[in-house]
Design a binder for this molecule. Structure first.
Ligand SMILES: NC(=O)c1ccc[n+]([C@@H]2O[C@H](COP(=O)([O-])OP(=O)(O)OC[C@H]3O[C@@H](n4cnc5c(N)ncnc54)[C@H](OP(=O)(O)O)[C@@H]3O)[C@@H](O)[C@H]2O)c1
Length: 276
């Protein structure tokens, strides 16, 4: 696919390609860029572990939202995760168009107790985090690398939807209280990405204002939704998931003019409103 050359004589709307269009970020990006021409490809339409399908039109910008996001499953199948996250990003970068690539707070080991900024050195604890760090290199230096965290939205598998479902069924939920991060609403992230593509490329940290633990987030979801369910605070050790997660992965940007996102509680309320 060739990079679409700007035509100085005839202004036409920007044409964007969204990969992973069926995921929560892909869905939010399509909504945020709805006034532009969007070619949205789900996994069925382009499995990014494979080269691009024939006949892709030239595009002005690629928003690469496809990815292996199952953190625990990546421990069992790191090569499968790498094929999607690293190989897939390489295929997308080879399109040659300006690229926005999504990475994660899990590239950090969580030993800090002040927010991680772009110049902090990554040191992932998990196979997923290692594939995402390698994916940043695969995207190339000329991409916008968006590190974000703890995403939730109206669609897909995410913590907010899981807690809403379980809290409606049970009297008590056990939730870990020793991991601290920035729960980020995908609608707010997608709006920030619109601002970001007017800024210089490179690594950018984009996450909601404020921070909390998963248990604090669960308590807030239950309270905001008016559900009657107790949250029991447990440790990551008690939960015993296969992949290690950082104990602290609050993200902030140190770059001038960085887009700011609303506080995570506002994101949660916006999401709950949409869920009705
Ligand atoms: N979720 C988070 O908390 C979080 C935090 C930080 C960064 N990120 C990053 O943000 C990006 C988007 O994540 P998300 O939250 O939107 O995850 P998501 O809801 O799981 O969406 C990922 C999408 O990628 C698709 N996909 C998986 N393998 C693919 C492949 N080989 N080819 C094409 N598409 C494929 C998935 O399709 P299927 O549903 O069919 O598998 C899904 O539609 C990812 O790069 C992720 O690493 C996520």
């Amino acid at each position: 696919m060739e990079h679409a050359e700007p035509d100085p004589l005839r202004a036409r709307p920007r044409r964007l390609l969204v990969t992973g269009a069926g995921g929560q970020v892909g869905t939010a990006l399509q909504a945020a860029f709805a006034d532009e021409e969007v070619v949205a490809l789900t996994r069925e339409e382009w499995d990014v572990a494979l080269p691009p399908p024939a006949g892709l039109p030239a595009v002005d910008l690629v928003l690469h939202a496809a990815g292996w996001t199952n953190v625990d499953a990546a421990e069992e199948d790191p090569q499968g995760a790498a094929a999607v996250n690293v190989g897939g990003t390489q295929h997308v970068a080879e399109l040659g168009a300006p690229l926005v690539h999504f990475s994660t707070d899990y590239v950090f080991d969580g030993r800090k107790r002040t927010p991680y900024v772009e110049s902090d050195g990554p040191s992932p604890l998990s196979a997923y985090g290692r594939t995402k760090l390698a994916s940043e290199a695969a995207a190339g230096e000329d991409a916008w690398i968006v590190r974000t965290s703890w995403l939730f939205g109206e669609t897909g598998n995410n913590f907010v939807r899981t807690i809403l479902r379980l809290a409606a069924e049970r009297d008590e939920l056990s939730v870990v209280d020793d991991q601290r991060g920035c729960p980020t609403y995908v609608g707010h992230l997608a709006a920030a990405v619109r601002e970001l593509v007017e800024l210089p490329r490179g690594v950018w940290h984009l996450a909601a204002e404020g921070d909390c633990t998963w248990a604090e987030l669960a308590e807030t979801i239950v309270a905001e939704a008016g559900l009657d369910c107790r949250v029991r605070r447990i440790t990551s050790g008690e939960l015993g998931r296969p992949a290690l997660r950082p104990a602290y992965s609050v993200l902030r940007s140190e770059r001038p003019g960085a887009p700011t996102l609303p506080p995570w509680r506002d994101g949660l309320r916006a999401c709950l409103e949409k869920l009705g």
